[in-house]
Write a protein that binds this ligand. Structure first.
Ligand code: ADP
Length: 251
């Protein structure tokens, strides 16, 4: 059965333009008898301010979906619109620019430059802006403060714990104030406690208004978020908790 969820067409009038809009999206690899359909006919929208998990077992198509939403790849069928931009209409340069300005990435293994101070790692997230170094560093300090690492700005990667490194990576991802924060298994390399702190931080960013998408094979984590999309065998089989920007309630 084809799952059609949360389509922009059925959002209430006056709803903001989705940050992510996928319409009938497919991605196949290879050709002939070796053709693999990693994703088939995925339709879903993510509104500004949502916190969404994309969950599914290994091989279900999560990375393929991440690459499409992160504009690192193009679909073989259907339409991908990110922050109002149809990726089919952008050339590689346009896609790089969209990625740099509008999408913050967080990876399982942090992807920080080794031997580089935390503040410089974060400031690198602003290289595309052309801001002078002094201003990039000032914004990087503020981002590190936001993730609770004001006391680690001069630390280098190898001098920090995994949880701290991931928080530096999150600071780097949000320092440019992206429309979308895309986290690929952000707790996958962390112990339970550090992982919980990272999830807590992602929740805080969401509460402050950032749109956050977390790719995970951890069904418990997925179920704990306001909305989760479940991918299985390349198809979107469940969309639980959908319904526009869902905010954490405090108090
Ligand atoms: P997940 O991230 O959920 O583990 P993937 O998106 O990596 O799943 O893969 C989905 C399916 O697509 C798998 O069957 C995988 O083998 C296949 N696949 C992924 N990338 C490629 C590729 N570059 N070439 C061929 N098959 C691929």
């Amino acid at each position: 059965m084809t799952a059609v969820f949360h389509d922009a067409a059925v959002l209430p009038a006056g709803s903001p333009e989705p940050v992510v809009r996928l319409t009938g999206v497919g991605r196949a690899y290879g050709s002939g008898p070796h053709r693999v359909h990693a994703l088939r006919d995925v339709t879903a929208s993510i509104a500004p301010g949502e916190l969404v998990a994309v969950a599914g077992p290994s091989g279900s198509g999560k990375s393929t979906l991440l690459n499409l939403v992160g504009t690192l790849d193009r679909p073989t069928s259907g339409q991908v619109v990110i922050d109002g931009h149809d990726v089919a209409r952008l050339d590689d340069r346009g896609l790089s620019s969209l990625r740099a300005h509008r999408i913050g990435f967080v990876f399982q293994h942090f992807h920080l430059a080794e031997g580089t101070r935390a503040v410089d790692n974060v400031a690198d997230g602003l290289l595309y802006t052309g801001l002078p170094r002094r201003r990039r560093l000032a914004r990087a300090e503020a981002a590190l403060h936001r993730v609770g690492l004001s006391h680690r700005t001069g630390h280098r990667s190898h001098q920090m714990s995994g949880g701290e490194r991931q928080r530096v990576a999150i600071a780097r991802a949000v320092v440019g104030d992206p429309a979308l924060l895309l986290a690929d298994e952000p707790t996958g390399a962390l112990d339970t406690r550090s992982g919980a702190l990272v999830v807590e931080l992602l929740r805080e960013l969401h509460t402050a208004g950032t749109t956050v998408v977390i790719i995970t094979h951890d069904t418990e984590l997925a179920a704990s978020l306001p909305r989760h999309l479940l991918v299985r065998d390349g198809r979107l089989v469940e969309d639980a908790g959908a319904g526009g920007p869902v905010r954490e309630r405090t108090g």
